[in-house]
Design a protein around this ligand. Structure first.
Ligand code: ZN
Length: 343
């Protein structure tokens, strides 16, 4: 099944972070929507970057290991002002990042430019193919001096010819389910008490699988939408169950077991993780920090080695595995949306 537009948008919003200029953010999401209509699946990998994050990136390949990925020091990148995003193409199923600059990739740049973006692939000195930015005519020194551009959104510009039908948004007709959840199959599109019970069990599991962490009530809202389906899939892949996004007997039994075994240790993680050559860099995290972007102090460089494979030593969080690197044990993020292959 093809990746849903909502999934691409959700992941991209998460990766852009807060601190984005609203017009840039809105326009970047519009690029994803327009590309989607053409059968091109795009995701954003980056948006706003703090000065601290920029410094870390600048250090890479200079004072820390890895390839040089930027020439911009803190304050010298449009990302530091929330005026730039980076994109990549994802495979049809949404599971793999594709970094090849092909026709699809260039088409996305064209869509971006039609909406007011400047494309890094057009630069003559340092070509930055994933990069889209808006300066509003301001120079870097004006931005550094505290000036901010007044951008106008082109998102509402009409692109379809008058006689073409505009596709309407898909509306979910929610189906009500009742009673207690005892393992009967629940699925996307349903709502009601059993769904809430499922969401609650997922959230109380150790580790927890929230439908939408950080949202109101962590997304426990009795609606089985894309977020809940995603939580079920993460749960299924974490525990090695069939990953179909359906909450039936198997998921129910497993959640129940976990609850009664909550004092015993989780089974020893095993298997390997492969980071393919298509990935230029891969962030790592020390074991004592939360594996979020800003806490990464060192990246692996799979591309340089034609891909890298590691033994999985542990799975401390959903979608995070512990591996042994040249700098000792490290955590890496291997969730869907990354190109990691777990075996
Ligand atoms: Zn960029």
């Amino acid at each position: 099944m093809a990746v849903s537009l909502n999934t691409l948008l959700e992941r991209s919003i998460r990766n852009m972070g807060s601190g984005m200029n609203q017009v840039v953010k809105e326009t970047a999401l519009e690029v994803i929507k327009r590309a989607y209509k053409e059968g091109i699946y795009v995701q954003l990998s980056d948006g706003y970057r703090s000065h601290e994050e920029q410094q870390k990136l600048y250090n890479q390949g200079r004072t820390t290991s890895g390839n040089i990925v930027t020439n911009a020091k803190p304050g010298q990148s449009l990302h530091n002002y929330g005026l730039a995003v980076d994109y990549f193409i994802v495979s049809d199923d949404g599971q793999k990042a594709i970094w090849t600059v092909n026709e699809k990739w260039k088409r996305v740049a064209t869509i971006g430019k039609s909406l007011g973006f400047e494309w890094g692939g057009d630069w003559s000195s340092f070509k930055d193919y994933p990069h889209l930015q808006m300066t509003g005519g301001l120079t870097l020194s004006q931005l550094q001096a505290g000036k901010r551009p007044k951008l106008t959104s082109k998102v509402d510009d009409i692109i379809t010819a008058p006689d073409q039908k505009v596709e309407s948004e898909t509306v979910t007709n929610w189906i009500k389910v009742t009673g207690d959840w005892k393992g009967q199959t629940l699925r996307n599109g349903q709502y009601g008490k059993p769904v809430k019970q499922l969401q609650t069990m997922l959230s109380k599991n150790n580790p927890p699988f929230y439908p939408n962490k950080g949202a109101k009530n962590n997304g426990i809202d009795e609606y089985y939408g894309d977020d809940t389906e995603d939580a079920v899939e993460r749960y299924q892949s974490y525990y090695g169950l069939k990953r179909d996004g359906l909450a039936g007997k198997e998921v129910y039994g497993s959640l129940k077991d976990n609850k009664s075994n909550s004092k015993s240790k989780p089974s020893q993680a095993k298997g390997t993780v492969h980071l393919p050559a298509s990935a230029k860099t891969w962030r790592t995290y020390k074991l004592n920090v939360k594996p979020v972007k800003k806490n990464s102090d060192w990246s692996l460089t799979p591309a340089r080695y034609g891909g890298l494979t590691y033994k999985i030593l542990d799975k401390p969080y959903p979608d995070v595995v512990t591996i042994k690197t040249g700098r000792g044990k490290r955590n890496i993020y291997v969730g869907s949306g990354t190109s990691a292959v777990i075996k």
